[in-house]
Design a protein around this ligand. Structure first.
Ligand code: GUN
Length: 300
């Protein structure tokens, strides 16, 4: 078996964007332009970058988009009122409230107030519940859905695989487990979710055919934690100090890429692995929301 093959997230995201662009042309022929509205509250530097990248993807696909930037002092009631307006606006197909929100605002209240049919982030309890139930009519959270596509389109066999996920967050770890454990095509894995209370994480990792690192700990996964030939997916984005580079810091993943690559069968680079897929699946979800609004069939 060859070792250290790269899973090219940029190339696979490009394929998905092409499929989305074809679907966009069909809804446009019916007079509908897919439209995604972003809401950003406060001045989180990373959020500004992420929303900027998502806006650029909208422009490239010919989607309409706009961003509402709210002050960090915005009251929860005001954000809820804004959402109610967008929920009722037929020209808006998708709504994305960028996390993190200011601390005085309840994320669960906000995500629960987005119309589930416009919840292209897949964070509303209805969509999370559908995912758990294996009902494909809902929206799946973009990062785990993107990782699922990466695995499928790289030819990784998921059925019966031992999958170990590091991290139990609502955005990645928990929905990732739900996707891969389903009794369905390209699923049916045996899934273990590790977290800060797990005893001997390394022992779990060494069993994994597919190892997904999403716990936000810089270069946590080392070569001695990886089974030879395993597929390794790195979701982490961690800023670490580095006096040798301009700016004094650099971004690293949750995987020690240089150390792990020679032992892995396939591995995502970081950047260029999971990140572009998250955006591709956001555009895909928005496309589906617009198709439904246009009365077209909308495959998952
Ligand atoms: N913050 C980090 N990841 C995400 C995401 O996928 N969606 C939103 N809305 N905010 C995020």
């Amino acid at each position: 078996m060859p070792f250290g093959a790269l899973i090219d997230g940029r190339a696979i995201a490009g394929e998905i964007h092409q499929e989305t662009a074809r679907r966009a042309a069909q809804v446009k022929a019916r007079g509908v332009q897919p439209c995604l509205v972003f809401i950003r509250a406060g001045e989180d530097a990373a959020s500004r970058v992420y929303v900027g990248m998502k806006e650029k993807a909208c422009a490239q696909l010919g989607f309409a988009s706009r961003t509402q930037v709210l002050p960090a002092t915005t009251r929860e009631e005001d954000l809820l009122a804004l959402l109610a307006g967008l929920n009722g606006d037929a020209a808006v197909h998708g709504i994305l409230v960028q996390a993190p929100l200011p601390r005085h605002i309840s994320e669960s209240r906000i995500y629960g107030a987005v119309d589930p049919n416009k919840d292209v982030d897949g964070f509303h309890p209805v969509n999370v519940g559908k995912l758990m139930l294996g009902d494909t009519s809902g929206f799946r959270s973009c990062t785990p859905a993107g990782i699922h596509e990466l695995l499928i389109r790289s030819g990784v066999v998921i059925e019966g695989a031992e999958v170990v996920i590091l991290g139990r967050g609502n955005i990645v770890g928990k929905p990732m487990a739900a996707i891969l454990v389903q009794k369905a095509k390209h699923a049916g894995a045996t899934v273990t979710v590790c977290h800060s209370q797990t005893r001997d994480i390394a022992a779990h990792c060494r069993r994994a055919d597919i190892l997904i690192a999403a716990m936000g700990a810089a270069e946590f996964v080392k070569a001695d934690m990886v089974k030879p030939g395993a597929v390794v997916i790195d979701v982490g984005v961690n800023r670490v100090p580095d006096a040798a580079v301009r700016g004094g810091s650099r971004l690293v993943g949750d995987v020690d890429f240089a150390g792990v690559r020679p032992k892995a069968g396939k591995i995502t680079p970081n950047p260029g692995g999971v990140g572009p897929m998250t955006i591709a699946l956001l555009m895909h979800n928005t496309m589906r929301a617009a198709e439904r609004a246009a009365g077209l069939a909308s495959p998952p």
